[in-house]
Ligand binder design. Structure first.
Ligand code: PMV
Length: 341
């Protein structure tokens, strides 16, 4: 029997990926920060095949979970051709998330990257090499991408870029690449859980709606402009400009939701209240702080480690009461996935 375990973190996009082409390729490059505390831990066990076809057993947090199992079956069917050796094994997968149950925090980036890393380790350990790729993390990112686009970025720590851009050498649509951004390495991300309700529009349905969105071409060129500006600001340690772009990206993403046909709103009343309070706090205290959003109502607050005490006091006294069950996760930028020996 073979067993391998990886912990892989979630990530938060600064430049958002929204809209894709066939083959899970992005319409614009995206840039993210890899988190630290919010991760999925996945173990993959392989044993000699007992029947004609490979069997899959899946446990999430020690229990069977049909919707997740179906997602994994679909993913494995899609990536089987990149792991020829798998056809000789029955597969057992066990997974858990470090972040609270039903917190509404997207786990596809962490879970798909953790599974991709386990599969690449298994291939390397069992066959002695990786097929089609020389670089372990490139293959892991390529495979994670096929599970969930944003998962491609979770295989590296700190700042990560996915998608072809003239601005970064070696960047491409097939897998993510790490990007040097010293200043971002000390960023914190406090996640304010406004609602844990299941999303009204899934990510895949949302990406699909970009195909008929009349504003999509403007969005893609805006994302490219924002990428150029944010890379410049990160290089020059211009935190104010960097934070302005992060907020512009969050609002543009949600504007795209509203401009789709049919349009939809994922902001909740408390999301808007929290955003307004962050803006007021920044103006009053002259402390660099900004917000960003995923495809949901939860607010990510980004700030430098040096302002941790002040900003976490602000969150405790003014914002926590607006969160569902008072859930706030104080995370920070992390070094990327970890193989558990
Ligand atoms: O990876 P997906 O298909 O769930 O899309 C993620 C999209 C956003 O989280 C909204 C943005 C991003 O780049 O992570």
């Amino acid at each position: 029997m073979y067993k391998v375990t990886w912990q892989s973190p979630s990530n938060i996009a600064l430049i958002k990926y929204w809209g894709k082409k066939a083959g899970q390729l992005p319409m614009n490059p995206s840039l993210s920060l890899t988190l630290s505390k919010c991760y999925t831990q996945t173990s993959l066990k392989l044993s000699a095949k007992s029947g004609e076809t490979s069997k899959l057993a899946f446990l999430f947090e020690a229990k069977e979970n049909k919707p997740f199992q179906m997602k994994i079956e679909k993913f494995l069917a899609n990536i089987f051709r990149y792991f020829d050796f798998l056809k000789d094994f029955d597969i057992e997968i066990e997974s858990f998330n470090s972040f609270p149950h039903s917190s509404g925090i997207a786990s596809s980036a962490s879970s798909m990257s953790a599974l991709a890393l386990c599969l690449c380790s298994a291939e390397q350990d069992i066959t002695g090499k990786l097929s089609e790729f020389d670089n372990f993390f490139q293959k892991a990112s390529f495979i994670a991408r096929l599970g969930s686009g944003s998962a491609a970025r979770s295989v590296y720590g700190n700042s990560v870029l996915w998608g072809r851009t003239e601005l970064i050498e070696n960047s491409n649509d097939l897998y993510a690449v790490p990007v040097e951004a010293k200043i971002a390495e000390s960023f914190c991300d406090s996640i304010l859980v406004v609602s844990s309700d299941v999303k009204k529009v899934s990510s895949s349905a949302g990406h699909e709606l970009m195909k008929t969105n009349k504003y999509a071409p403007v969005r893609y060129s805006h994302a490219n402009e924002n990428l150029e500006k944010i890379l410049g600001s990160l290089k020059n340690d211009n935190i104010e400009e960097c934070f302005r772009i992060i907020e512009s990206e969050a609002l543009s993403l949600h504007a795209m939701f509203m401009l789709s046909h049919p349009g939809f709103i994922l902001l909740a009343p408390n999301t808007v209240q929290i955003i307004n309070k962050i803006i007021t706090y920044r103006e009053k205290n002259n402390i660099p702080i900004c917000f960003t959003l995923d495809a949901g109502p939860n607010v990510h607050i980004i700030y430098g480690m040096e302002h941790k005490v002040d900003i976490q006091y602000f969150i405790e006294t003014e914002l926590r009461q607006m969160c569902e069950n008072g859930i706030v996760i104080h995370d920070k930028i992390g070094k990327g996935p970890l193989k558990i020996e």
